[in-house]
Write a protein that binds this ligand. Structure first.
Ligand SMILES: CC(C)(COP(=O)(O)OP(=O)(O)OC[C@H]1O[C@@H](n2cnc3c(N)ncnc32)[C@H](O)[C@@H]1OP(=O)(O)O)[C@@H](O)C(=O)NCCC(=O)NCCS
Length: 207
């Protein structure tokens, strides 16, 4: 399957990676504040290898974590996207949604705008039934994005990340989910995709 066609939102273009993204992406991966809720910062080689993996995944699946570009000035604003969970997760197999922005792009609603567009892509073009998101329990900004785009706590609502050792301070993760059905309901909500109330989270297993 070819890589995806760029997705336009009011302020953003979500598009396949370009070589020009490598430097600013490496800079954000080297920022200890951006990477505070990850085990470590990521160096240039690993950052480039991540982009290479995402390019290959986009060509295989038609989606991946991808670049965010500002429509106003073409600036690189980080990454967002969807991708198959690539570890042996207790809730798997599943497709996750995620985001990572440079600090100057925080606090403008950019992650949520990009994420809503990727939910739409996932539930329409990619035909997914549900999408999960997870982060270390300390990552309140990322959890706020999950809530803002209408995701709800999964059942069970937390898990221990299998790639982090016992006792690691980031091992415990929050797990959120949104089904295609719930996503469609958020579109009818007056806040246009923001949180709607639901008493309990749906199952996250895909058949
Ligand atoms: C997680 C992360 C992407 C969240 O970024 P963010 O800017 O807080 O999230 P949003 O883009 O949704 O922006 C929301 C904020 O913008 C404000 N905002 C300003 N203009 C806005 C607009 N036009 N529309 C919506 N929100 C707007 C909101 O009020 C909110 O502010 P608040 O945080 O003070 O409540 C960012 O902190 C990050 O990159 N962290 C490091 C990487 C990371 O941890 N990734 C997740 C790992 S799982």
């Amino acid at each position: 399957m070819p890589s995806f066609t760029p997705i336009e939102t009011p302020r953003l273009i979500l598009r396949p990676w370009r070589d020009a993204d490598r430097e600013p992406f490496a800079a954000l991966n080297a920022d200890p504040i951006v990477m505070r809720h990850f085990p470590q910062t990521i160096g240039r080689d690993a950052s480039d290898a991540f982009i290479d993996r995402m390019i290959a995944l986009a060509e295989r699946n038609g989606y991946s974590f991808a670049a965010i570009e500002s429509r106003a000035d073409g600036a690189f604003l980080g990454m967002a996207g969807i991708g198959d969970v690539n570890f042996d997760a207790p809730f798997g197999p599943a497709v996750e949604i995620g985001w990572r922005l440079p600090r100057h792009a925080w606090g403008r609603g950019i992650a949520s705008e990009a994420a809503r567009a990727w939910l739409r892509y996932g539930f329409t073009t990619a035909g997914l039934e549900s999408i999960v998101s997870f982060t270390a329990t300390t990552n309140e900004r990322s959890e706020a994005v999950m809530r803002r785009i209408g995701m709800v706590r999964a059942e069970p609502p937390t898990f221990d990340h299998p790639l982090l050792p016992d006792g690691h301070p980031l091992r415990r993760h929050l797990l959120y989910v949104i089904t295609r059905h719930r996503w469609a309901a958020t579109l009818r909500h007056p806040q246009g995709g923001d949180v709607i109330r639901e008493s309990s989270g749906p199952s996250i297993r895909r058949d």
